[in-house]
Design a protein around this ligand. Structure first.
Ligand SMILES: [Zn+2]
Ligand SMILES: [Zn+2]
Length: 81
């Protein structure tokens, strides 16, 4: 057993675990579900996980333009590119 096979979310020791490096920190997961649970931002309006590109406004992240507009954001930036 090594640290590189142990999911840090659910603790599952899985030989096909994968590593994600984010902001210089290394994270180990056994599944994308666990990775999303830990790493995906949440929509400021509805609270759902932002798994796609999402939209950003004044440092806040939303799952879609509809949610951003619901809280009055007008200077939307598509995070693509
Ligand atoms: Zn896991
Ligand atoms: Zn939302």
């Amino acid at each position: 057993m090594s640290d590189m096979t142990l999911c840090e979310v659910c603790g599952n020791d899985y030989d096909k675990a994968f590593v994600v490096v984010l902001n210089g920190e290394t994270h180990v997961f056994d599944s994308f579900e666990c990775a999303i649970q830990l790493l995906a931002p949440t929509c400021e309006h509805c609270g759902c996980r932002v798994i796609g590109h999402g939209v950003e406004s004044r440092g806040f992240i939303f799952c879609c333009a509809h949610c951003a507009e619901a809280v009055g954001a007008t200077d939307l930036q598509d995070r693509v590119g």
